[in-house]
Write a protein that binds this ligand. Sequence first.
Ligand code: 4AD
Ligand code: MG
Length: 466
Amino acid sequence: MPKKIRDKVKDLLNSKEENASVIVKGWVRTKRDSKGGFSFLEINDGSCLAGFQVVADHTLPSYQAVASQLHTGSCVAVTGKLVASQGKGQQWEVHSSEIELYGSADAEKYPLQKKRHSFEFLREIAHLRPRTNTLGAVMRVRNRLSHSIHNFFQDRGFLYLNTPVITASDCEGAGEMFQVTTLDMDRLPLNNGKTDYSQDFFGKRTGLTVSGQLEGEIYAMALSDVYTFGPTFRAENSNTSRHLAEFWMVEPEMAFYDLDDDMDLAEQFLKFLMKDVMENCQQDMEFFNQRIDKTILQTLTDIVECEFERIHYSDAIHLLEKSGESFVYSVEWGCNLQSEHERYLSEKVFKKPVIIYNYPEEIKPFYMKLNEDKETVRAMDVLLPKLGEIIGGSQREDDLDKLTARMKEKEMDPEEYWWYLDLRRYGSAPHSGFGLGFERLVQFVTGMENIRDVIPFPRTPKHAEF
Ligand code: 4AD
Ligand code: MG
């Protein structure tokens, strides 16, 4: 099987074998012609940030055969000898003896030219943008993060659980579900003037999941510690740099954990992931530190070493009220914290991650455990500087009567959630969990400004191309 540039570089560093013959396959990033009858080709195959410099002698017959088609974007296989490079920027280069062209790319039409393109423009060519340095680095870091998410939980004995994508239950109760139907939208079957969902595919109204939590709880109440990691869909019309309509969420759910345990796990989890990515994606992380956010490595290092601040919602409100800042959204006890409030607390007051807990009952979903004060619930949000909320979690209500009462208050039909209530009817137990927005994590770790640039194919209002 063909070896990729990443592995060749590793081999080289180990062997330092000059004049070894190599074959390098990849896409031409740049081509520079020298007066001395040579071309310098920068070849990249995406396996790592660095490419290989290939020196091609214009007198080579195989070079002459393809010379007119060798441009940025074309794909080649180069056979040659490895030589210590005289030039700056690379240790080794390949002096080619043969060049084979796999696929040419029209120099006039290829959209990815050598110059820097804006991220907005790159989103319009989402099929080609992974060939850029930045998107390539993002995707390698994203891959590493998903790998280490599994490592973190697997090492702690958590079971990986696949929860359904199509569901009838709106976990967050925020009315943001995309509907899934096979009914003919132009001729809906009616019953008393309303759509008759009994004729729909599943015989009832269904949608795409907004969270795998409720199903996660079912398995935690049998297998103790589980986690889901899957796609999540929210039809919220927020055109911000932190919202997607389709994103990936990691949701651990743990039997016998209280809210403190939940916060401990969330803190350990974030630190583990940040440390791991710095250790295992060094080259890409250096790149982000140089090109995207010059403080990112220091920020991550500080977070790994610090102790997260933990404060009550009421104390957070108090701090915001006496801050003297002029926020766009005013602050009073009972309000939802906006991103500007979250950032003020984590960036200006504490200058590190903050976990806010014990939120007002009224602004949080039905499933969170009511505190003795009956006004607050055992909810917690983890806020990061610059980003705001990255994790939301809670201890779950395990008392059948209290849960049923809260559902009714929120105008939910307990009968529709009979199976969820059964978990409280039969062997109920304290349990907790949280959800981490995977793209927000990738965004934070890479320092990227916009969440649309850390997922291969972003889905946002009016955008579902590719
Ligand atoms: O705070 P949320 O809504 O929590 C839940 O869904 C719980 N059921 C999780 C649980 O306890 N198992 O969402 C969790 C996280 C947020 O903190 C945020 O990072 C991310 O999911 N998130 C989004 N990420 C991108 N785009 C969106 N539209 C997001 N909405 C939430
Ligand atoms: Mg939340």
